[in-house]
Design a protein around this ligand. Sequence first.
Ligand SMILES: [Zn+2]
Length: 314
Amino acid sequence: MSILSRPYFHNEEAAFAHVESVMWPSGPECPHCGCVGRISKIKANPEKRVRLGLHKCGDCKKQFTVKVGTVFEDSKVPLHKWLQAVYLMTSSKKGVSSHQLYRALEVTYKTAWFMTHRIREAMRSGDLAPFGADGGVVEVDETFIGNDRSIKPKHTKKGRGYAHKHKVLSLVDRTTGRARNFVVDDLKAATLVPILRENIAKEATIYTDEAGQYRKLAAGFAGHDFVRHGAGEYGRGEVHTNTIEGYFSVFKRGMKGVYQHCGKRHLHRYMAEFGFRYDNRSANGVEDVERADRALRGARGKRLKYQGPDSKTA
Ligand SMILES: [Zn+2]
């Protein structure tokens, strides 16, 4: 039997049972008052318009389903289709476009667009703990993605340049194997250094390339060393940025192949998606089914409203 033939991908009752088991590992929790334990399940009855998955809180007497307070709340898309979408997005290395999803799930394009953005929100890590807290190595690098349409291209003698591209700063903690990303306006030291100070522990050793904006980084951290890419150097033993470059290569291939157009307003959501899959990758001991469950857990407490795909900067 394949993973895709699991009942919760096809049957709405099984879908609710699955999401409840993942989101409420110790039994139902009331989203209105936080009560645990004094909660009863109400049997679904379509004739009397009693929804599937309905519960009633014995404390505040309010009713709720597991979707309340999550990115799935207020969605008319059946939960089993949401589970299909979550699985597809978390299990494919480079992601799944809204176009692909709308064909596979037989929903409208607009619905698929909302679904992918909500699932990205579920994948967003709220973790703010500094990287390298164990005194380990943090690799830092920046990359350029797509075209930032808010910047008018200038005709420069040097050719295309990078001024008109989206700029992304990323960190990878070598000990935990996790990544963190920032969409930045420019790559000046005044922009990058404060982000690094806020997100990297003093105990950490930082490896970067030889770019000027990192020159003064050593102060404030246990150490800073860099690779001279300009001189054809790829690394000296421990001193390299190969981990973060590997991370960027997956992200860039995904952005090119699956998400051709991405406005600056949404770029951080794509970064969150790629960051989530990277942090929860097989090499970190997380396989497909568990990765999807982790995204479901991340769906809690993130009820958001978005403008649709037709808005100009989408
Ligand atoms: Zn309650």
